[in-house]
Design a protein. Structure first.
Length: 318
């Protein structure tokens, strides 16, 4: 019969204590890289052209922040919305500048992100005055300014490559005998580029349809155009406010185009799916956000100068 002494009783207890301490060390002390990113909380200021309820903007934000927080879970984000789908940016410029000055005069973010054209143009004019030493990343911008020096103002981003040519090809194949094509939308920086794409595509695909531009219409002008060309397909470039009417949501805008009768409506942006739009070569907002998030990580985690990072300029179709 074995005799248990006090000493032999203590050995398993001591071993258990040491085992627990070792396990605790593994749990409490993560690897250095994980600990560093958990502690790191850079401030990211996002300046958006549109309003927070706009689906396109929501999807860019979702893709971008989802990507960033996979690597930097404690990143701090701020969002400012210019709301230019409903308000002319020239009208709010003074007030928006005052807002930025008041909110960030004592708080320099680690990086500024701008989405879509109006925020990009605003940053070109005023960004370095407010954030002189801050890198910038853009997303959703289809028309880049050649005079916006990437060395003087370090920035990079995701250029939006809109393929209206592909959508025109689809429309021609479905409506080969139509002699008119309605292009409906509102003024935007890229409108002239879009007009050139449309004409080049009509010539390329030998489609005799006459392009009828209905840009910034009043309610009466829109109704007259729809009634004058009852069977014409529509290339929808986004119409969120009539010249003499209220603001329109995306769904309300597309519904308005159907009031004169059923229409085949095409567009180049996937946020219009589910509103009554038939289709087209559509860009994906979330994909642009994901790529912008990768650029942000490269700048924040690797301290890469954004002027050394190539601008992403490939098709990002859904």
């Amino acid at each position: 019969m074995a005799i248990l002494t006090n000493r032999t009783k203590k050995i398993p207890v001591l071993a258990l204590v040491l085992l627990l301490l070792c396990a605790g060390a593994v749990l409490v002390f993560p690897d250095a890289e994980t600990a560093e990113t958990d502690i790191y909380h850079p401030q990211i200021l996002n300046i958006h052209s549109y309003h927070p309820g706009y689906v396109w903007t929501q999807r860019i934000i979702s893709g971008m922040l989802g990507t960033v927080r996979q690597e930097i879970p404690n990143a701090i984000t701020y969002h400012e919305f210019m709301d230019t789908k409903r308000i002319n940016p020239e009208i709010i410029e003074k007030e928006f500048n005052a807002l930025i000055q008041q909110k960030y005069r004592h708080q320099q973010p680690d990086i500024v992100v701008v989405t879509d054209e109006d925020a990009y143009l605003w940053y070109y004019r005023y960004g370095k005055g407010f954030f002189p030493n801050t890198p910038m990343v853009f997303a959703g911008v289809d028309t880049l300014l050649p005079e916006f020096s990437r060395t003087e103002y370090p920035h990079t981003g995701v250029q939006e490559i809109v393929d209206l040519s592909g959508t025109i090809d689809i429309m021609k194949n479905i409506h080969p005998k139509q002699d008119a094509l309605l292009i409906i939308g509102q003024s935007r920086p890229a409108l002239q580029v879009f007009q050139q794409q449309i004409q080049q595509a009509l010539d390329k695909y030998s489609w005799a349809a006459k392009p009828i531009y209905v840009i910034d219409p009043s309610a009466t002008e829109l109704k007259e155009a729809l009634n004058q060309y009852p069977g014409a397909p529509i290339l929808y470039l986004g119409l969120f406010k009539l010249l003499d009417g209220p603001d329109l949501s995306l769904k309300e805008s597309v519904a308005l185009l159907q009031e004169a009768g059923p229409r085949h409506i095409y567009t180049a942006w996937e946020d219009a799916l589910g509103t009554g739009v038939l289709g087209g070569y559509m860009l994906a907002g979330k994909q642009q956000g994901i790529l912008a998030g990768q650029l942000i990580l490269e700048i924040l985690l690797n301290n890469t100068n954004p002027s050394e990072i190539p601008i992403v300029d490939k098709d990002l179709l859904m």
